[in-house]
Write a protein that binds this ligand. Structure first.
Ligand code: ZN
Length: 463
């Protein structure tokens, strides 16, 4: 009986030992199986989200116990520090834990922002006064007061700042001391000057400005000799202390009055009661310039009266200006011409003898009405005491031009100081009236002289 008891006790003991060994083996297995995915210690940046990597699979009799693992952490990614993540597995009477350390750190460099440009150009020898700067760190916020400034051997400014986590940043403001800009010479007066022979030439001078040099040097070479008709140049050469050079020049034409370009402003087809003739007369009066009007029977009498009274030349352009009438026959031409001649006589008392053929003396339109009539008329008008004038500059105002700028450009581009300038315009065109003031100003600024056609004028005629 005692023996049996001992055997039973032994069996129980062996079973107990077996259970204990088994449990121990299980514990060791579970403990070894609880393994972290990733590293035991990881670092994340301030504000960066912590991503849980979890644990590896824990196998027990074809079952995965990793789903039973409880994960806890107290990570605050807004605050630098060391945090723990705990992984706990409870199974039967066992409680197994592992931990992971998470370091929240600040690895972001602060930034330095400069007021003003990062590249500063200043004159050699000038002092640059710092326009200021700001330093900001995502963790420390404003750290402007921690910025250290120094100037390197080239004069550049180095800004350096370090945040509380030791992240350092530097920024450079390049200071470039150089002057590549030459002085600026501004001529007073026109860059082209016309001076009468044997008069005195006074140079209008200049103003001088330089970005770095208060007192740049200037050399003026003036070889104008007003006793000789010629084209001269006055040259200006300015040099700043860095050796930058600029030049300017003025053209001076010394001319004799006798050879100066003469301008005849001639207006055909008027007068016009629509305002253009009146406007032309107003401009001529204001500029004190006299012109020649080749009038017809159109428009009101008072405008012809005014033209005459204000010293302009009144000339004849036929009464009707109708090609089919005036060029029908020689008699028809003179009959028509006489009508306007009488009109002028009636208004002004003047016996006008200066004429211009409608379409000019070489027109071919007259052939449509009487072939070859111009050959006869050009001789016959002279026989009868008339003097006829064509033109050598057309303003284009009865052809290609419909704007003032077109008229202006045609006239000034065709002017020459080497010849008599007989300009054909039409006072019935308002855009011509609107161009006149600029044309006169151009002529005056370029040394032209205005004249009216009279009995002494050398005729301008087409061949
Ligand atoms: Zn005409």
């Amino acid at each position: 009986m005692k023996k049996i008891n001992i055997i039973v006790c032994l069996i129980i003991l062996i079973l107990l030992i077996g259970i204990l060994i088994s449990l121990n083996v299980l514990y060791i297995h579970l403990s070894n199986s609880l393994k972290l995915n990733g590293k035991k210690e990881i670092e994340i940046n301030y504000n960066e989200t912590y991503e849980e990597l979890g644990v590896k699979k824990i196998k027990l009799f074809n079952k995965d116990l990793s789903k039973n693992v409880k994960i806890k952490n107290n990570i605050n990614n807004k605050k630098i520090g060391k945090y723990k993540v705990t992984y706990t597995l409870k199974f039967l009477m066992f409680k197994i834990s592992k931990t992971r350390t998470v370091n929240v750190v600040d690895k972001t460099e602060p930034t330095i922002t400069l007021n003003g440009e990062e590249e500063i150009y200043i004159c050699p020898g000038d002092f640059y006064e710092d326009e200021g700067y700001k330093a900001y760190d995502e963790y420390d916020k404003d750290i402007t007061d921690k910025v250290k400034r120094k100037v390197d051997e080239n004069g550049n400014i180095i800004y350096e700042v370090e945040d509380s986590s030791g992240n350092k940043v530097t920024k450079v403001r390049k200071i470039i001391r150089e002057d590549k800009e030459p002085p600026v010479i501004s001529l007073k007066g026109n860059s082209t000057i016309y001076v009468k022979l044997n008069s005195k030439y006074n140079d209008a001078g200049y103003t001088l400005h330089d970005n770095c040099d208060v007192n740049p040097k200037i050399e003026v070479i003036n070889r104008v000799d007003t006793t000789k008709e010629n084209k001269y140049e006055v040259t200006y050469k300015a040099t700043d202390k860095e050796g930058n050079v600029s030049t300017a020049k003025r053209n001076v034409y010394v001319y004799s009055e006798a050879n100066a370009g003469i301008v005849y402003l001639t207006f055909d087809d008027g007068p016009s009661g629509t305002g253009s003739t009146e406007k032309i007369l107003n401009i001529l009066k204001q500029e004190n310039v006299k012109a020649t009007f080749f009038v017809t029977s159109s428009g009101p009498d008072y405008l012809i009266k005014r033209e005459y009274d204000e010293g302009h030349a009144i000339a004849l352009h036929t009464s009707t200006h109708d090609y089919s009438k005036v060029y029908k026959s020689v008699d028809a031409f003179f009959e028509d011409l006489n009508t306007v001649k009488s009109r002028v006589k009636r208004i002004t008392g003047l016996d006008a003898t200066i004429i211009r053929f409608p379409g000019g003396s070489n027109n071919t339109v007259s052939n449509n009405y009487n072939y070859g009539i111009m050959d006869i008329l050009t001789k016959e008008v002279l026989n009868r005491g008339y003097n006829y004038f064509d033109w050598n500059i057309t303003s284009g105002d009865s052809g290609e031009c419909t704007t003032s700028s077109c008229v202006y450009n045609n006239v000034v581009n065709r002017l020459s100081r080497q010849k008599v300038n007989m300009i054909l315009m039409h006072d019935i065109k308002m855009f011509t009236a609107n161009a006149l003031s600029d044309i006169i100003k151009y002529c005056k600024n370029n040394g032209y002289t205005f004249k009216i056609i009279d009995s002494t004028t050398q005729p301008i005629r087409f061949k």
